[in-house]
Design a protein around this ligand. Structure first.
Ligand code: HEC
Length: 148
């Protein structure tokens, strides 16, 4: 009897994972709400400023971070792991990174557990995108990222 419940439970979990994987970042970003994202950014504020030219805290300033080269903020001392990650902060990379920073960039000194809910990450990315001199079309950016 017990085994049967266990099997049924596992099947439900399996379905849940399958459903989440079927939804792409673009679908979450299409419904993203920057207002909700600004509240999620409260979790980041202990370590990051977002305003243009804002000071470094524990982490670098995040003005215009979408499209910005990784580990490129002048005067900020990044970990070797972040410097080695390289490339640019695309929408897709942020979406993945923010789920579990220390797994995506192993050895990063960003001590943040991550945002497991894709809706939270999408809302936050919409907010980051607003805090930029050149906001991008998030859905188009995520779709291009997925095609790469
Ligand atoms: C406890 C402090 C802390 C918190 C909370 C935190 N960060 Fe960070 N963040 C850092 C540090 C430190 C770095 C530099 C990482 C390195 O060099 O390895 C960083 C780096 C980053 C980078 C890379 C920036 C670049 O210039 O390449 C992004 C993007 C980022 N954080 C986003 C966020 C977001 C969004 C949140 C909130 C969900 C957040 N961080 C929460 C400390 C934090």
């Amino acid at each position: 009897m017990k085994m049967r419940y266990l099997a049924a439970g596992l099947a439900v979990i399996g379905l849940g994972i399958g459903a989440a994987a079927a939804q792409s970042p673009a679908e979450f970003l299409a419904n993203a709400d920057p207002g909700k994202g600004s509240r999620i950014f409260n979790k980041c504020k202990a370590c990051h400023t977002i305003d243009e030219g804002g000071p470094t805290r524990v982490g670098p300033n995040l003005w215009g971070v979408i499209g910005r080269p990784v580990a490129s903020m002048d005067g900020y001392s990044y970990s070797d792991a972040m410097a080695a990650f390289g490339g640019v902060w695309t929408v897709d990379r942020l979406f993945t990174y923010l789920e579990n920073p220390r797994q995506v960039v192993e050895g990063t000194k960003m001590a943040f557990v991550g945002l497991p809910k894709p809706e939270d990450r999408a809302n936050l990315i919409a907010y980051l995108n607003q805090n930029s001199a050149s906001p991008v079309d998030l859905v188009a950016a995520a779709t291009e990222g997925a095609a790469q």
